[in-house]
Write a protein that binds this ligand. Structure first.
Ligand SMILES: Cc1cc2nc3c(=O)[nH]c(=O)nc-3n(C[C@H](O)[C@H](O)[C@H](O)COP(=O)(O)OP(=O)(O)OC[C@H]3O[C@@H](n4cnc5c(N)ncnc54)[C@H](O)[C@@H]3O)c2cc1C
Ligand code: FES
Length: 281
């Protein structure tokens, strides 16, 4: 069965928003969950977070970093993809916490709208903090402003909003107010460093881990991570875990095990595109 792309837009530099007609996912998705996508029959499976739903449609937001995300970024409205499996993984721990902070770094910002809306819908106060290297990499600002009670924008180079990192704003908020729960979603190094801020006050802090995943159903073991000394499979036990229990060095090592194969795969895709003059099949 093929799934139709209803809308595809580049929303920031190399970052794409794609709406896919997939009722089985859209009608069952919760914040924190993800899908595994295969663009065509011979394509690899890649996990992408469910960023929003609207009726039968599911939104994914991704950065074109390698072969499959580049292939996805070449698709336009009306094209189809081979599979979209999901929703997968455990939903975020959405309950009445009180005051929550949701933090997104880079493309991780895309995971926040669905989470902020779910937290707010049951009466939490939600403070959003988003950060990117520069203004051209910021995304979904209007949507997040509407979903959060307060939204703080940060850029590493000061081109928009606060000149600095989300961790600086988080520290400030922790000084000013009682914070009951924090979510941090972004690159592993950003999640590791930012989550240190909540340690002194022992604020419950969730991070969404992104190890390499293959089947997404707990069978292949490729997504194993160490949490509080125990082995967990991020695809079925997570992807969200207590930030203060994560073995960050182990995660980051495992993310970098296939760089040569990833480089070759992207090169072959570009060569094929040049030869056939258009999209890869
Ligand atoms: C639960 C989860 C949710 C994710 N959500 C998003 C999202 O919403 N938006 C987004 O841009 N990215 C997301 N990612 C990362 C995304 O899956 C990778 O960027 C994508 O797989 C890269 O594939 P590629 O072929 O384009 O690049 P490659 O050149 O194959 O890889 C580039 C880098 O992406 C990572 N990667 C590669 N293959 C996989 C894989 N099968 N599983 C996980 N990581 C991989 C590796 O770190 C690798 O170094 C998520 C990852 C996980 C685990
Ligand atoms: S992706 Fe295979 S066990 Fe998690």
């Amino acid at each position: 069965m093929a799934y139709t792309i209803k809308k595809a837009t580049e929303i920031a530099d190399k970052i794409f928003e794609v709406w896919i007609d997939a009722p089985h996912v859209a009608h069952n998705a919760c914040a924190g969950q993800f899908v595994v996508i295969r663009t065509d029959e011979s394509g690899e499976r890649i996990p992408l977070t469910i960023s929003a739903t609207d009726g039968d449609l599911v939104r994914i937001v991704f950065m074109a970093v390698g072969k499959t995300t580049t292939q996805l970024s070449d698709l336009v409205s009306g094209d189809t993809i081979q599979d979209i499996a999901g929703p997968l993984g455990q939903p975020s721990e959405v309950k009445r916490w009180g005051r929550c902070v949701v933090i997104g770094g880079g493309v991780g910002i895309a995971c926040l709208p669905i989470l902020a809306r779910e937290l707010k819908a049951i009466g939490n106060e939600v403070i959003g903090i988003i950060g990117a290297r520069n203004e051209t990499l910021l995304l979904l600002e209007d949507e997040l402003s509407a979903a959060c009670d307060e939204l703080v924008i940060c850029t590493d180079d000061g081109s928009k909003g606060f000149h600095g990192f989300p961790a600086d704003i988080l520290k400030q908020k922790l000084e000013e107010k009682t914070i009951d729960a924090v979510w941090i979603i972004g690159p592993a190094i950003m999640m590791k460093i930012t989550s240190i801020a909540t340690l002194p006050k022992k604020v419950k802090t969730f991070v969404s881990l992104n190890p390499i995943m293959v089947d997404g159903t707990g069978m292949c073991g490729s997504c194993r991570v160490t949490i509080g000394g125990e082995t967990k499979f991020a695809c079925v036990d997570g992807p969200e875990f207590d930030a203060h229990l994560v073995d960050w060095d182990g995660l980051m090592q495992r993310q970098r095990i296939y760089p040569e194969q990833e480089r070759q795969s992207l090169e072959l895709y570009h060569e094929h595109k040049c030869r056939c003059g258009e999209k890869h099949e």
